[in-house]
Design a protein around this ligand. Structure first.
Ligand code: FAD
Length: 480
């Protein structure tokens, strides 16, 4: 429990706009997006600026109070959920939502941590630029959360993850000092790269307060296609063929199993099957041109797809006839997580393996999981071109008590799937992070060298252990 006189000091520091201990204000932020983790916190701290963040952290350090940073609370791994015992306060960055500057000339946006991704998209659009990272949670996910999870999304193939898009960072370190690294330097060899350490650190070594983000030219012309294929192998062959034909303009390439599409059609109002031919797998592709010169994006994609159909790699294909139709195709992809959640209890995995091995992994791991756990169904969707899919094992039909099923089977199924990932040379977290969900599995599967390095970095930055304790870094005793 955090003593009342300490809470009183936070309250006095932040004032009524920046401090709440009202249970009804706190309640919505105590559970993760998936509803898997529930926590408790005596108060939410909402600083208005970097200096207030620094003052909060200094006060927390003085009293040994743990802080759980939170942006949009869309973490898929319980990363922003406070511990159950009420030993931490939530540090919300949502109030720090200013775009400090945005420049088409510099191709740069300097955003505070609480800027919501879709707001940044609109601001970039208004100056003829775009921020080339998008994901299903774009209406809630914040820049600080995206940086802290090294988020990926649907454009990694062309533009990379947050690591490739963050040009500079401002952060408050666990001793309350402000690190001003916002300058977008192309070259900077002053030793360890603090920016890259903070990216993907899940709030365990500091609070990101602002970041300089790379913008790219707006899309002048685009084409979005939906293609039916027989297998993930054919999907990857299609990607390689299209890359060879179209060059560096393939922006997104997402693979969706037919059962996943079925769940979207069942649960998402207005969703419609893009092509009539029923194939076991589907590909959603977007090609983007920054300048209109020569054939249009649609003509280029059409030509390449005609060859893929001719070669038998694709079974059927359509190109969106309008922006509205293109958005409808993307809405299917972006609704998959929500539709899967509505479909019923499932265990979800965000995994990567080398791209060339991914098609075999998708088929073999699903078949093996279904055989090992009778009644379950397994399938995957996502970013095949990045070697990253979201792999789901759904509870047997008729399972009404999801939490009980997960409590009974979860650990065994987790180990089964993660062992398969490791056997294929992959990672148990491709883009969602470790949070609290995967900490024990990281402890079980990471090499001693990786574990020692993680723990040493955490201890060096946060010797008092006040920054998002229980997340990301395995604790002694987590190993089996
Ligand atoms: P939160 O959930 O609030 O926090 C995430 C983590 O970052 C926590 O550990 C938190 O403590 C820490 N944190 C938050 N803000 C800060 C800060 N300012 N400083 C330090 N630490 C901080 N992710 C992908 O990568 N690709 C996807 O395609 C994708 N699709 C998604 C689709 C849906 C429908 C949903 C719900 C989530 C999806 N995610 C995806 C996961 C999620 O959106 C991202 O992890 C996102 O980056 C989290 O942003 P947030 O603001 O909600 O952060």
């Amino acid at each position: 429990m955090i003593l009342p006189h300490i809470l009183q000091r936070f309250s006095a520091l932040l004032g009524p706009k920046g401090y709440t201990d009202a249970p009804e204000d706190i309640a919505p932020w105590l559970t993760d997006w998936r509803g898997r983790y529930h926590g408790n916190a005596a108060a939410i701290l909402s600083p208005a600026n970097t200096q207030e963040v620094a003052a909060c952290i200094a006060l927390a350090a003085e009293h040994g109070v743990a802080l759980v940073p939170q942006g949009g609370n869309t973490s898929m791994v319980g990363g922003a959920t406070p511990p159950l015992d009420g030993s931490a306060l939530i540090l919300s960055l949502r109030r720090m939502n200013a775009i400090r500057s945005i420049s088409a000339e510099d191709n740069l946006a300097v955003c505070e941590a609480g800027v919501i991704l879709s707001v940044l998209h609109e601001a970039a659009h208004d100056i003829g630029r775009r921020f080339p990272l998008s994901l299903g949670a774009k209406g809630s996910a914040t820049v600080g959360g995206l940086v802290s999870t090294n988020a990926g999304g649907t454009q990694v193939l062309r533009h990379g993850t947050m690591r490739a898009l963050v040009e500079g960072i401002e952060a408050v370190l666990p001793n309350g000092s402000i690190y001003d690294g916002l300058a977008a330097l192309k070259k900077d060899n002053r030793g360890y790269d603090l920016k890259q350490l903070l990216i993907g650190a899940e709030g365990t070594i500091g609070i990101v307060t602002a970041t300089s983000l790379r913008l790219v030219p707006a899309v002048a012309d685009r084409a979005v296609g939906w293609i039916g294929v027989e297998s993930p192998q054919d999907a990857l062959a299609l990607l390689r063929m299209l890359e060879a034909k179209l060059g560096h303009i393939v922006e997104g390439f997402e693979v969706i199993a037919d059962d996943g599409l079925g769940h979207v059609l069942s649960h998402i109002p207005g969703a419609r099957r893009p092509i009539e031919t029923r194939t076991p797998w589907h590909v959603l592709i977007e090609v983007d041109l920054a300048e209109v010169e020569g054939p249009s994006a649609g003509e280029r994609l059409e030509g390449a797809l005609a060859e893929a159909l001719e070669a038998g790699i694709a079974k059927d294909a359509t190109i969106a006839a309008s922006d509205a139709q293109a958005e409808a195709f993307w809405r299917i992809r972006e609704s998959l997580s929500e539709a899967e959640r509505a479909q019923g209890p499932a265990l979800q995995y965000d995994v990567s393996v080398p791209v060339a091995r991914m098609p075999a992994f998708m088929i073999e791991a699903a078949a093996a999981a279904e055989k090992a756990f009778p009644g379950t169904t397994a399938s995957s969707f996502g970013h095949l071109g990045d070697g990253n899919v979201h792999f789901h094992v759904r509870a047997p039909k008729g399972t009404t008590d999801g939490p009980a099923w997960i409590a009974a089977e979860g650990a065994t199924i987790n180990a089964f799937v993660h062992d398969a990932v490791v056997a294929s040379g992959g990672s148990i977290s491709a883009e969602h992070g470790i949070g609290q969900m995967k900490r024990a599995e990281l402890a079980r599967l990471a090499s001693p060298a990786r574990l020692a390095a993680l723990r040493a970095i955490k201890a060096a930055f946060d010797p008092k252990g006040i920054m998002n304790p229980g997340k990301l870094v395995p604790m002694p005793g987590d190993e089996p």
